[in-house]
Design a protein around this ligand. Structure first.
Ligand SMILES: O=C(O)c1ccccc1NCC(=O)[C@H](O)[C@H](O)COP(=O)(O)O
Length: 221
């Protein structure tokens, strides 16, 4: 049976692009609640964008070093299905923010060249031990500014046993998605820069092409 790699399109901030991602078949939409990001949205904007998100498509909120009150405050205003922590949060800080918001969370790990398979497995074990709301790791490349940098990391660092549970991100696009899926076999892929025409500016055709590339790769599996 063919595998179905889940797809998250991240950093959306217009209804047109949320609609494009949904129409193309995205499983999840990501919105960035980090004021320093060129992709930032606030809670009222997210609530408005969420009207274009139909049932069974997840809406994921990204946070960088936000406390429990801030995260819970966003969740009270915008219908986030899941959280994604991208800053320097410890396992306990993620656990506390997720508990305050009452949502599952994904922990983004920015992979550096010196990390080893054992480090990634330990991250997973530590976050899992800290909270029943931990849903899994998202692996991204290390970049200044915490994320959304469009940079690929060395996929061979991902342990084979972890791959079926991870969200792979960092520099993915329609051109390298099939290679990433064939080599890593992740649970899901996540893209932001690779579906943009300029930093923070999404493009409907690129969103469509990325999702098509993932679906084609799944068929060839
Ligand atoms: O997108 C941002 O500007 C951002 C800022 C701070 C933390 C995380 C941020 N984005 C994370 C993502 O969009 C994705 O999870 C992932 O890193 C995608 O990265 P890429 O496709 O390489 O742009």
């Amino acid at each position: 049976m063919n595998k179905r790699t889940r797809i998250k399109i991240c950093g959306l901030r217009t209804t047109e692009h949320v609609q494009a991602a949904v129409d193309a078949g995205a499983d999840a939409i990501g919105m960035v609640f980090y004021a320093k990001s060129p992709r930032a949205v606030d809670a009222p904007e997210a609530a408005s964008l969420a009207r274009a998100v139909p049932p069974y498509v997840s809406l994921v909120g990204l946070f960088v070093n936000a406390g429990p009150e801030e995260v819970a405050g966003v969740v009270r205003q915008a219908p986030l299905s899941q959280l994604q922590f991208h800053g320097d949060e410890s396992p306990q800080q993620c656990a506390d923010a997720a508990a305050a918001a009452g949502r599952q969370f994904t922990r983004a790990i920015r992979v550096t060249p010196d990390m080893r398979a054992a480090d990634l497995l330990k991250y997973e074990a530590d976050y899992r031990a800290a909270s029943p709301l931990f849903a899994g790791l998202l692996l991204d490349a290390f970049v200044d500014g915490y994320g959304g940098g469009g940079k690929v990391f060395d996929w061979s660092l991902i342990p084979e046993e972890l791959a079926p549970r991870v969200v792979l991100s960092g520099g993915l696009n329609a051109q390298n998605a099939a290679d990433a899926i064939r080599r890593v076999r992740p649970y899901a892929v996540d893209v932001s820069s690779g579906v943009e025409v300029a930093k923070g500016v999404k493009d409907a055709a690129r969103i469509h092409a990325f999702i098509q590339a993932v679906r084609m790769a799944d068929l060839q599996d």
